[in-house]
Write a protein that binds this ligand. Structure first.
Ligand SMILES: Cc1cc2nc3c(=O)[nH]c(=O)nc-3n(C[C@H](O)[C@H](O)[C@H](O)COP(=O)(O)O)c2cc1C
Length: 373
């Protein structure tokens, strides 16, 4: 049997498991069309909302680099430095729903076989806000969106009932997902914030609300570094900064840890992995942990805005990997998805030179009580 790049994820057929995530690469019709031409199987649009959006003055996103000689991390450009991360405080799309709808329609007409997921976001404090979620869901799916991604993860919201503040509250996760599912005829994915102690709690709440998949991670809360010469934050407006989001290589192991927690807690469910992917080797880690698709932002932003070389590398990497494992009978992503999920165990289950001497960190109980255990 010949190998295939294609995957079915939450009932949708993707030409390959690689998507552009909701971010600047998917903020416009021209970007999304270019992305599909380049070979991305799907895109998640920049998040669409109904509330007013006004971004800060100046740069909304920057990149941090690190130099090999001193491991210094800085936004300052310098020769020989390697990418460390992206940092952003960009809000959701500043374009209205009415701006987006005809564009979603045209994109789907031009590329009916590619998958367009509309990322949406509203509040959650009252019935009117839940109706806003439903309106966004209905309008986007009527325009042709193949699926919906609920943004429970934007780290920049002051509003307590929006973005990552929903993703930190299992009750809100459940209620909003359920409200959207009432209106949705297409699959519903929930993108959770990594800024929570026990992400499986919120994921469980989303699944109880009817979610078809969990997406993780959005950017991690972070602040820029302070310049040692000027004593100013490397990115600031009038000397002030607020918490923003870290993406790119620096979050890869952090995001993998979140994903491992999720896929182990819900081995039968669907997951889309994001964070620090620029090459097939990183995508592979997510797939081996159980993800059915993966999404890319920072690497694409740095590669002609939509990542034509990134998708080329991802596809070539997948093809080469499948070829290398043809003798194992591997014919596609499903052949190796989740293969390493069960290798993550408790500390006490890891071999040590003196296994008998270790009791998961507890003191050895002596005497009569000890004999009983
Ligand atoms: C400038 C910028 C804007 C973003 N905007 C959104 C957004 O509107 N909605 C969303 O769900 N995620 C947004 N993200 C998060 C990305 O989709 C992605 O989850 C995150 O950057 C981690 O992936 P990466 O390591 O490939 O960058 C944004 C990220 C960046 C850098």
């Amino acid at each position: 049997m010949s190998a295939t790049r294609s995957v079915n994820f939450t009932g949708l057929d993707f030409a390959n498991p690689f998507l552009l995530s909701s971010a600047p690469p998917t903020e416009s019709e021209s970007n999304i069309l270019r992305a599909f031409e380049a070979g991305w199987a799907g895109v998640v649009t920049k998040t669409i909302g109904l509330h007013p959006v006004v971004n800060v003055v100046g740069a909304k996103a920057k990149f941090m680099r690190t130099s090999p000689e001193d491991a210094c991390v800085s936004m300052k450009k310098r020769p020989g430095a390697a990418l460390h991360s992206s940092w952003n405080w960009e809000l959701i799309s500043d374009k209205t729903l009415d701006w987006w709808l005809p564009r979603i329609r045209r994109i789907k007409q031009a590329f009916p076989d590619r998958i367009l997921i509309a990322s949406i976001m509203a509040g959650s404090g009252n019935d009117k806000e839940l109706q806003n979620w439903q309106r966004l869901a209905r309008d986007c799916q009527d325009a042709g969106a193949d699926g919906l991604e609920l943004n429970f993860s934007c780290p920049h919201m002051d509003r307590r009932d929006m973005g990552s503040n929903i993703g930190k509250d299992q009750g809100l996760c459940s209620v909003v997902t359920e409200a959207v599912k009432e209106a949705a005829t297409v699959p519903v994915w929930c993108k959770l914030t990594p800024a929570t102690a026990d992400i499986e709690v919120e994921a469980g709440a989303c699944f109880r609300g009817g979610a078809d998949a969990i997406v993780s991670s959005n950017t991690f809360p972070s602040i820029p570094l302070i310049d040692p010469d000027t004593l100013e934050f490397e990115i600031n407006v009038d000397g002030l900064v607020s918490s923003g989001g870290l993406g790119g290589p620096a979050i890869l192991p952090l995001s993998l840890a979140k994903m491992a927690q999720l896929t182990r807690a819900f081995p039968e469910r669907s997951f889309s992995g994001i964070g620090g992917i620029s090459d097939f080797s990183q995508a592979l880690s997510y797939i081996l942990l159980g993800c059915g698709t993966v999404q890319v932002c920072t690497a694409a932003m740095l590669d002609q805005a939509v990542g034509p070389n990134v998708i080329k590398r991802l596809l070539a990497g997948l093809d080469a990997f499948l070829e290398r494992h043809a003798a194992d009978g591997w014919t596609g992503v499903e052949s190796f998805r989740g293969l390493r999920r069960d290798r993550i165990v408790a500390q006490s289950e890891i071999r040590r030179p003196d296994a008998a001497g270790y009791h998961s960190g507890y003191e050895v109980t002596e005497g009569y009580a000890g004999a009983e255990t």
